[in-house]
Each structure stands twice: as C-alpha cells, then as structure tokens.
Design a protein around this ligand. Structure first.
Ligand code: SAM
Length: 293
C-alpha cells in the first residue's frame, strides 16, 4: 500500500495514495522571508488553495516568491463556516495549505477548528514545520529550556492580567508570553510586582528583523529599562520569565500574592493584604507593597 500523502523528499511535492486531499499546516517567516523553507515554498506553489488569516498579508509573501496560488480568508470570525467549505474541497481530492500572518498556524493564531474538523473527518493533516516566535525566543534567551510553559497573550484588562500572573507565580518552569507593544510596560510592572523584582527575565523583540533585540536582566531592571526607552516598546515582543526556584520562602510569597489577588476583588487592599499574609505566612511587607500600587 502506498503511504498516505508522503512528501517526495527531494522535491517536497505531496503525493497521494488515496482520493482525499491533504491539509498542509505551513509555517511562514516571523520577519525574515529567507526563513521560508524550500518544502513550504513548493507546497504553497502546488496546492489548489491557501487558507490565510489575512489574504493581503499572504499575497505579499506569495508575490515575493512569484506564486499565484488562489487564497481564501479564514480568521477567527469565519473559521467555522470556511472550515466546512474547505472540508468539502479536501474530500473532493484537493490539497489545501493553511497559513497565518506569521509563524506557525494555531499558535495564538486561527486554524484549530479546521484542523480538528479535518482530523475528525478522517482526512490527512500534515505539518510543514518552521518558525514560531516562542521557540525562536526561547532558543536565544539563556533561560532553562528543558521545561517551559507557553501562556500566549495575557488578558488585556489589568485586573484579569494581574490575576493570571498571580496564578503563575509559583510555576517552576520557564514562562513564555506574547505581548503587544502598547501593553508591555504595564505587563512588566505587574510581573515585577508579582514574581518579585529579582526574578530573571528576557524580552525578545523583532526577532529575525532589522531591529532584533534580546534583553536579559532581572524583571525590576527590565521594567525600568523599557519604561525609560521608547524603542524597547516598539514592534513584536516575546517576554520570558524564569521559573520560581521552589524554595519555602518563595513558595509562601507566591501563595500570598495569589491569595491577595483573589481577596482584592472583594476587600479593600489593606485588609486583603493582612488576610493574605495571615493565611499564607508570606511576609506582610511584600503584600503591603502590592497593596499600595
Ligand atoms: N503564530 C505565531 C508564531 O508561531 O509565533 C504567533 C502569532 S501571534 C498573533 C503574534 C505574536 O507573536 C506577536 O504579538 C509577538 O508577541 C509574537 N511575535 C511574532 N513575530 C515576532 C517577532 N519577529 N519577534 C518577536 N515576537 C514575535
């Protein structure tokens, strides 16, 4: 029996042993167009259709490589409808590629519903791996990389962001966040107050692009540096925070901050801080400092 949809190694062109088409999940560059793999290029050229998050954006990518493959917009607002139409075309034997604006589809990007529906329908879903900002950032951060947690984007609202960070304060694995340029200052200030100003962190900015910058220092220093330098807030950003060391004192402080964040919803800050200190055994001083902000 012919293997289902085995890419021909030297050409990267999909070949089929059955009638259904293949859904190719194709990673595209996060900045530098030289990072598009030859196999991705061949697949984008040979498929019947490319489902793209933003067709204007992908059209620029295709034009750069001289490709004219038809495009279909698929974003979070129309994914369910479009997925149903694409399934029919896959079942009719057409190959389709899924791309997002940058990096790997589904990673803080649309595509989950389509991939799930295709797999549930018994269709072949094949990966064309390549760039992703979180892995690129982790690979240059110099923080522990054997175990890490990808948290995607934090909530935009301050209270929800604070609570999410507080729930992660005792996490011992390296934490990775995507953050927008207009929220990075507030995010760093919250992170320094919840994880502690001494915690190691890295801010990876504009990776693979002209203004690529990777800053590694304590969270307190990073918050001050970014507050003082408008350039460090520009472009696309990944924030990485070292995991908690897991010592007794640190565990108490983290638990105190988590309880404080919960109590603060219902109680005045001073009272929430007193109770959180009593419940967790965390030094009151740390929680009172948070209460003043
Ligand atoms: N699917 C993409 C991936 O695989 O990385 C992520 C898409 S998400 C909508 C966009 C976020 O990824 C940006 O807000 C930023 O946090 C991060 N990002 C994308 N490109 C980046 C780059 N060149 N440098 C740093 N961060 C980047």
């Amino acid at each position: 029996m012919i293997a289902q949809c085995t890419p021909i190694a030297d050409k990267g062109i999909p070949r089929h042993g059955y009638m259904n088409g293949t859904l190719w999940v194709v990673a595209t560059p996060i900045g530098n167009l030289g990072d598009l793999s030859p196999r991705a290029l061949n697949t984008l050229r040979s498929v019947a259709l490319i489902a793209a998050e933003d067709t204007r954006h992908t059209r620029h990518l295709l034009a750069h490589f001289g490709l004219a493959t038809p495009l279909r917009a698929m974003h979070e607002h129309n994914e369910e409808n479009v997925a149903a139409q694409l399934l029919k075309r896959l079942q009719a034997g057409e190959d389709i590629a899924l791309v997002s604006d940058a990096g790997t589809p589904l990673i803080s990007d649309p595509g989950y519903r389509l991939v799930r529906a295709a797999r549930q329908a018994g269709l072949k879903v094949a990966t064309l791996p390549g760039p992703s900002a979180l892995i690129a950032a982790l690979s240059v951060a110099g923080l522990a990389s054997d175990r890490f947690v990808f948290e995607g984007f934090l909530p935009a609202r301050q209270t929800a962001r604070y609570e999410r960070l507080a729930s992660l304060a005792a996490e011992t694995r390296t934490l990775i966040f995507y953050e927008s340029s207009h929220r990075i200052r507030a995010c760093l200030a919250d992170a320094a107050s919840i994880f502690g100003a001494e915690r190691e962190a890295t801010l990876a900015r504009e990776l693979t692009k002209l203004h690529e910058t990777v800053l590694s220092m304590s969270l307190g220093e990073l918050a001050a540096r970014v507050a003082a330098d408008d350039n460090q807030c520009r472009g696309e950003l990944v924030l990485l925070v070292a995991g908690a060391k897991g010592g007794d004192e640190e565990r108490k402080s983290c638990e105190g901050r988590r309880i404080f964040a919960l109590l603060r919803r219902e109680l005045p800050p001073g009272r929430a801080a007193r109770l959180a200190a009593a419940i967790s055994g965390a030094p009151r001083r740390i929680l009172y400092e948070d209460a003043k902000e």
